[in-house]
Design a protein around this ligand. Sequence first.
Ligand SMILES: C[S@@+](CC[C@H](N)C(=O)[O-])C[C@H]1O[C@@H](n2cnc3c(N)ncnc32)[C@H](O)[C@@H]1O
Length: 218
Amino acid sequence: MKNRPIPYRSISDAEVERYAEVHSYPESDTIQELIRQSDDELEYIDMLSGPLVGNLLQVLIQISGAREILEIGTFTGYTAIKMAEALPEGGCIETVEMNLRYQKIAESHFKQFGFDSRIKLIKANAREYVINLQKMYDFIYLDADKLYYEHYYQHTLTHLKKGGIMVVDNVLWNANVLNPSDSKSMSLDRFNKLLVEDDRVDQLLLPIRDGCTVLRKR
Ligand SMILES: C[S@@+](CC[C@H](N)C(=O)[O-])C[C@H]1O[C@@H](n2cnc3c(N)ncnc32)[C@H](O)[C@@H]1O
């Protein structure tokens, strides 16, 4: 297997990040196999969230006891399965993916690793899907379509239970939000500033990997 990529210019020192990974609990055998297969199936797997973010999701789910989870951006199913591993009995995850190839790969991973009853793959454009959400969630993970984070945030926050948690990945965008000059970094910078002003949430921007915001709905 190729070395697990650090896809973005690491906002922390790459060696420090690797040290943090090595000194955090390891990926399960299932997840290691999923990464191996994803690596074989695709030319690039740099869209996989890293192990620190994956473990953060698991720990937050375990601490909060979240049962109903929504994920925007499935890719090959890495974080969906990470979250499913931490789910309590009876919990379930909806994960939204619009790319046909990734849908197929994720679907086969969910089945192969025995998570197809706990993970529901929504084959849709998430921009439209979030407009018609039908239920309330305990936990939401945003990890797709960075130009539209504000759209996802506004539509999903109203479907996050009071006390529920949202995690948003890539909010530092390769540190480009510090001097935003392209559309994605400008959009992410606007999004980060919007959260600071939003009195519906308490939020914490963690400088791990590509920047990861954890927020709790008041
Ligand atoms: C960063 S990847 C998700 C990675 C995944 N959470 C993981 O860590 O394994 C983002 C995914 O979102 C999908 N995506 C992008 N825009 C989308 C949209 N509007 N609706 C649904 N899926 C979208 C992409 O095809 C891609 O697979």
